[in-house]
Design a protein around this ligand. Structure first.
Ligand code: ADP
Ligand code: MG
Length: 586
């Protein structure tokens, strides 16, 4: 079944539901929609971007209380209070995001619990908000004169908005911005190296998830016509996270599955548990916990991927069709000095990993930076690419000092890199991985992606990625997941990704590491071909044999210092190098 068919079927069933179902089920459907809205935000925030939040109920509560107060006390129209509530939600989300998103590890989820508790007490203790009794008599929403004052009527609005949120989230993930979001969780250094502002993007996703929760809170207030703090306590936040995880935190449609499952289960357990244990209480939480643990033992990725495997036959995708090519940089004249390191220095505590190293690279050449393990090559590489801050000296690129720039600014100037430890998003297709390289060559953002007004540019980006994959000999593998390729091909994907940035200088960190003899030959052939096409390459490598027949010039490092530099045959004859390096191998 194709996704479109599934979606159409789902929408048809939904459209019939409010007409056909008994009141009780319509109410349930409303709760599912409201929970789905929050969960979609969590799918993006937690499942995809890797930011765990137990505090989404806060945003729902802010919008719910805003509309409750403003409509009941001041008689303001719910549509205006929606705007006000979302504005308040956004302000709080931006503030909380600014102070908490930088926290790492378990501190971030803990802080979301902390603000959840704080806001719950605020709701429960403020006179204006009706303290623990809450606010009643909230008016219904009117839509073009139609009062949505029954569950059946508001069901339509809830589900139109929920479906829109689902489709928008799905569109978002399948776009330039979405690829960057998918890199946030495990690959943020890589994303930065291709020009993504990861901190800003994280804040944006956080804001978007908060707004969806706010929308849900507003609908909730006008559906129940009543708000009280109990609906926005920390339990609710945990439930939302459950829903996202059970459905499959990386899958947009998982939000519906998780929200449905948990909402229905909760109602059912509320019914059945008191009969089973003989007295009432919130025991469904206990059952939830147990079920959750069992489920996660069986399927880490939640239910959505498992269901998808059952329902959807493997998609066969063709190569992207030709699109107008992206704008290209003007390449420098052959022989122009590109990169200049002058007395570059980096210390880790007492260890000087790079000791006042100086060298230059010229346009059109392959310069090899070689040295034994631990010589400081990767550290120098990280200084050039801005991953590490330097402790002295200067690094210039085409005359401009770049050693104070963040990685994204360095990428913007045309220095593009591969990683010593392959840095691909394994679950993402090869072509999408490569398209991340072209991030800075596109402009369309999250809103364009959600509304699909990015399609022309998206076609250009994907076509560029396909061309670069063809260039490195991987045209056959566009739609495989990157993680399924053997190491040698993953390294080629890394090169294709760097190439799709339209680099001026290509930086390769040990591209031959872990490759077999035949694979190294293929790689060397590719690098020769790139040079013949005018590409400038700085090749960091410890494999002498690999570099000797390939590079134009060599800089040899040992213990952070420059030991020698010159043509390959000069280096091979240099006694100091033979002593420190070649001698060690033979
Ligand atoms: P190479 O890439 O030439 O093998 P590296 O640049 O990775 O060498 O490492 C150079 C030296 O710096 C090594 O002694 C290594 O242990 C040390 N080093 C590298 N990165 C760090 C770090 N983040 N913290 C402390 N020491 C480091
Ligand atoms: Mg290294």
């Amino acid at each position: 079944m194709r996704e479109r068919t599934a979606l159409a079927l789902f929408v048809a069933l939904l459209a019939a539901a409010p007409l056909a179902l008994p009141e009780f089920y319509v109410t349930l459907l409303n709760y599912i929609g409201l929970a789905t809205l929050v969960s979609v935000g969590l799918v993006l925030l937690t499942g995809v971007a890797g930011v765990m939040s137990f505090g989404q109920q806060v945003f729902a509560g802010l919008a719910a209380y805003s509309t409750a107060v403003l409509t009941t006390r001041y008689g303001i129209s719910p549509w205006i209070t929606l705007a006000a509530g979302l504005a308040l939600t956004a302000a709080v989300a931006l503030f909380l995001g600014a102070i908490t998103l930088r926290l790492s590890g378990h501190f971030l989820p803990l802080s979301t619990i902390a603000w959840g508790i704080a806001v719950y007490f605020l709701f429960g203790n403020m006179e204006l908000l009706g303290k623990h009794t809450g606010i009643a008599d909230i008016p219904p929403i009117s839509l073009f004169g139609w009062r949505l004052d029954t569950g059946r009527e508001i069901c339509v609005l809830i589900w139109v908005l929920t479906l829109a949120a689902l489709v928008a989230a799905r569109n978002l993930l399948d776009s330039r911005a979405g690829r960057a979001i998918r890199a946030l969780r495990f690959r943020s250094v890589m994303a930065e190296s291709f020009g993504v502002n990861t901190a800003a993007l994280k804040n944006l996703v956080f804001l978007y998830a908060a707004l969806l929760a706010g929308l849900s809170g507003w609908l909730y207030a006008h559906f129940l016509r009543f708000v009280s703090p109990g609906a926005f306590n920390v339990n609710a936040g945990i439930d939302y996270l459950f829903m996202a995880v059970v459905g499959g935190a990386g899958q947009v449609w998982g939000a519906v599955i998780g929200a449905s499952l948990l909402t229905v289960l909760r109602e059912w357990l509320k019914d059945i548990l008191p009969k089973l244990v003989g007295f009432s209480g919130n025991y469904e939480i206990v059952v939830f916990g147990v079920l959750m643990i069992m489920l996660l033992h069986r399927t880490r990725d939640g239910l959505a991927p498992a269901l998808a495997r059952l329902a959807i036959a493997a998609k066969v995708r063709a190569s992207p069709s030709p699109a107008p090519s992206l704008e290209k940089r003007r390449q420098p004249q052959p022989g122009e000095t590109l990169l200049e390191a002058r007395a570059a220095r980096k210390q880790f505590g007492g260890l000087v990993a790079v000791r006042d190293l100086s060298f230059e690279t010229q346009s059109g050449e392959i310069l090899g930076l070689i040295g034994p393990n631990g010589a400081g090559k990767s550290t120098m590489f990280n200084l050039i690419t801005g991953v590490l801050g330097s402790d002295g000296g200067e690094i210039r690129f085409r005359g401009e000092r770049i050693d104070r720039f963040p990685p994204s600014e360095i990428a913007r100037r045309g220095i593009c890199r591969t990683f010593q430890h392959v840095n691909l998003i394994s679950a993402m297709s090869v072509i999408e991985n490569v398209a991340i390289g072209a991030h800075l060559r596109g402009r369309r953002g999250t809103l364009d992606a959600m509304l699909r007004s990015d399609r022309a540019e998206e076609a250009q980006l994907l076509y560029e990625a396909a061309l670069q994959l063809e260039r490195v000999g991987l045209a056959e593998h566009l739609h495989e997941t990157a993680g399924s390729l053997p190491l040698a091909q993953q390294r080629l994907v890394e090169i294709a990704r760097a190439l799709s940035a339209d680099p001026i200088l290509l930086l390769l960190d040990e591209p031959a590491a872990g490759l077999r003899y035949g694979e190294k030959k293929v790689l060397a052939e590719l690098l020769r071909r790139l040079r013949a096409e005018g590409m400038s390459i700085l090749l960091v490598e410890h494999d002498m044999e690999f570099v000797m027949g390939l590079v134009d010039r060599l800089v040899v490092m040992d213990f952070g210092e420059k030991l020698a530099q010159g043509l390959p045959r000069e280096i091979q004859a240099d006694p100091a190098v033979v002593e420190a390096y070649l001698g060690g191998i033979e």
